[in-house]
Design a protein around this ligand. Structure first.
Ligand code: NAD
Ligand code: GLY
Length: 361
């Protein structure tokens, strides 16, 4: 079992990573101190993993809440269901939520934990690749508002994260590949050696071999932990984690979140951002070439699949949360493995990049 100690301004906590650790009784005994526990999961994950978790927990009070599946459940009604359950069970400040599931479960339960009595413990047990390498680590919690995704939320660090890579065995292949896009991102923004390693292990990752998957998860979490430790509240370098995301969020919104999974949109967004980097006089073009190659090897598509109308995408990008003073703030690549924040991109630059994919698919 690998342990990464994540140190943030508000809390230090352990991230445990390993195959089969969900059933590790000694680990759970260490993590829970006779606290009342509310397990939050969903109708897909609970039948697969709830019993294993229950068997591993130390004795003591535990309750369960199993919610419906899907992004649309990350809403105020389900936040209310969780807090109602905490109220009905008379759970106080000493209570602990265990969120077991993908990023939707983690974000939703995390936001309930952040709010209940101004903040109670939460242990994140991510079961999708995307949640293991991204959503469960770093303390961003949120639900969606009718005006947009993740608009109601807060920073609330978990007290521990338990990443059992064996849970990925049941993950649908499309979800697995979408998670790989975020894995690629870490190599692209901070670590060329990791990017090269992913390239060399693409066949093994496609075959879903446990060892390279676990290594990829560990390296990804290490990369995220370093950025979160340096900048818990995203005032500086944590923003680099948004590489590819300005385009991705626009692609998702323009297609009403129906055409692409988030990671699939990120894969396309990273290639667009790489081409934009070249246009802005940064990377030579090598980053775009290598990102396109690696995405393809890992079963992800690029912008050649056809994009929504430029103007619609640009309208969404103008509303991006990262923008300041009416200026776009893009994460671009100085070169592969080194990302920077750039505030010089104009609407014309974005048009040019999107058009170039129309002209030369
Ligand atoms: P998800 O939670 O919807 O999970 C994807 C699907 O996989 C769901 O149907 C889920 O029930 C199923 N599933 C989960 N684990 C499984 C398993 N082991 N076997 C079989 N099926 C399984 O989606 P996601 O991609 O995990 O997370 C996306 C969410 O995460 C979005 O809401 C996004 O906003 C959020 N997110 C948050 C952060 C953050 O920092 N907090 C970062 C990235 C994404
Ligand atoms: N998912 C981006 C972040 O945690 O900052």
């Amino acid at each position: 079992m690998e342990l990464i100690d994540l140190k943030t301004g508000s809390r230090d906590y352990p991230v445990y990573i390993g195959g089969g650790i969900l059933s590790n009784r000694a680990l759970w005994a260490k993590l829970l101190n006779d606290q009342p526990v509310l397990i939050v999961s969903n109708e897909v994950v609970a039948p697969l993993y709830l019993q294993t978790l229950l068997s591993a927990l130390p004795g003591g009070r535990n309750e369960q809440l199993i919610l419906a599946d899907g992004e649309q459940t990350k809403n105020l009604s389900n936040w209310q269901l969780i807090t109602d359950k905490l109220a009905t069970m008379e759970f106080g400040r000493d209570a602990c939520i265990i969120a077991i599931g993908g990023g939707v479960t983690g974000d939703l339960a995390g936001f309930a934990a952040a709010c209940w009595m101004r903040g109670i413990d939460i242990i994140q047990v991510p079961t999708t690749l995307l949640a293991q390498v991204d959503a469960s680590v770093g303390g961003k919690t949120a639900i969606n508002h009718s005006a947009g995704k993740n608009l109601l939320g807060s920073f609330h660090q978990p007290c521990a994260v338990v990443v059992d890579c064996e849970t990925l065995n049941t993950l649908p292949i499309r979800e697995f590949r979408a998670g790989l896009a975020e894995v690629i991102k870490y190599g692209a923004i901070t670590d060329l050696n990791f990017f090269d390693w992913l390239d060399r292990h693409a066949t093994a990752l496609n075959a879903r071999l446990p060892e390279p998957i676990e290594q990829a998860v560990i390296s990804s979490i290490q990369a995220k932990a370093a950025l979160v430790a340096a900048d818990e509240l995203e005032q500086g370098p944590r923003a680099l984690l948004n590489f590819g995301h300005t385009f991705a969020h626009a692609l998702e919104a323009a297609t009403e979140y129906k055409r692409w999974l988030h990671g699939e949109a990120v894969a396309i967004g990273m290639i667009l951002a790489a081409r934009l980097s070249t246009r802005m006089g940064l990377d030579s073009g090598d980053a775009e070439r290598r990102l396109t190659e690696l995405s393809g090897k890992l079963g992800l598509t690029g912008p050649e699949v056809g994009l929504p109308d430029n103007q619609i995408l640009i309208d969404y990008m103008r509303l991006d949360k990262k923008n300041i003073g009416g200026k776009y703030r893009f994460i671009l690549l100085k070169e592969l493995g080194t990302a920077v924040v750039n505030a010089d991109v104009s609407t014309q630059d974005i048009h040019a990049v999107l058009d170039s994919f129309l002209l030369t698919p």
